[in-house]
Design a protein around this ligand. Sequence first.
Ligand code: GLA
Length: 492
Amino acid sequence: MRQNRVFALIASCLSELGLAASGLSYNGLNLSPQMGWDTYNAYALNYNETTIRDNANLLVSLGFRDLGYKVVIFDDAMTEQNRSSNGTLVENAAKFPNGLKNLVDSAIHGNGLLFGAYSSAGRWTCGGYSASLGHEQADAAWWASLGADYLKYDNCYNEGNSGTPQLSEHRYALMSNALNSTGRNIVYSLCNWGDDKPWEWASTISNSARISGDIYDQFDRPTTSCPCGPNEYYCEVPGYACSVLNILGKASVITSKNQPGYFNDLDMLEVGNGGMTYDEYKTHFSMWAAIKSPLIMGNKLTGLSPEDYGILTNPAVIALNQDPNGAAISRQLVEQVNDKDKWGFGEVQVWSGGLYGGDQVVAYINAANTTRTISCSLVDVFGGISTNENAQEAWQLYDLWGNETVIPTSSAAMVINGTVSIEAVDNGKWYYNASQTSWAEGLAQNSSLLLGTPVGTVSAGGSLTAQNVPPHGIQLWRLKSMSQMARKRDEL
Ligand code: GLA
């Protein structure tokens, strides 16, 4: 744990000096979590050239690309089911009638986006298509020839090559080496569902690894197909259809395992898929961002609602995710309350963590049944140690879901229906272009879009109170020091 905090501190210092922390990444890539869009949550295996073109165009026109959502992942079923007679993968001609290379060149690279391929470290993909175990070099070369910038590498049909960290590491390292030997920069994203604890070994061969069974579009509804509860961080049977609260619980004990270049992957976003309330989606998005999970949208961008658009484009929340300090927020407190929801959950969670320039992020989650006021001393917010320097500091509070950072639904509706561009609506007030101004530069310039809405102060040794946090909702603040005191040593 200490080692990872040291990595994060070094990264933060380097970035403040204007230097890249690329040495912390095994391949020099992915110093902040990958962002993009993936076909699977919304379309399962039923996507084709039109789906890709439509969504890729919207990534650009709705401003997502310039917020950093760049990789487009063709998730499973990209090929024919079987290999050719000489053993190569064969692109799916029915899905991509004009050819995959043409699609990648025009709709992906032609739009300033990145191409994400998919396969499994097994005999078959999870959808039953030819996968890459034993074909690593040839398949990596094929994706590279198509222009791949990213690989999501699954765990299905691994033919018993798992069960110990050594077996899994060996199997995934074969593809890591094959990708490196292509000579292309390819971000390598493991999708092994937390099997064999990848957070212990995968940072030396990859850029991220999944930590749980597949997410599903529910806040806390339990399912038998996701058999381990939120407190069982290591799960022998990861399963699928795991809720947001379930995955958050599993993530809470391994947040120290992130470093620039390697991130715990809490799975793709469900925002916009319709199964959760507005407040639940805000909590989901906030926590994925602050834990520094990859932010991979999994919804249909065609038919996006103004509310979901406002969530997915909130620059103050994305700035947490893309903060040059690669450390995740950590859970400080969980308090059970007598206010259980229909699935039997009733608790309040307090999370906090350090950001670029000594700022702090604090999140209160109301995982109970009714609206509540949540109050916590700064001592408890910062880990329960009374001498903690952060608790003895006075802070300016910024609400990251305040009206300075969330586009109003009327403006969002006009952008979505093409009446006005995101660059122009409300005189450009909602447009943050991270391709032009990096997150670190924007923060250094105190961009109000990144800081959030000022909502008062908290005095040294005081308490932080959130009024009326809705059920399954969140209060998310950025805290800025009111003195000049340097607190970097805290991160150690
Ligand atoms: C597995 C993965 C998912 C998705 C599907 C595709 O379930 O965990 O994220 O890639 O396979 O079939």
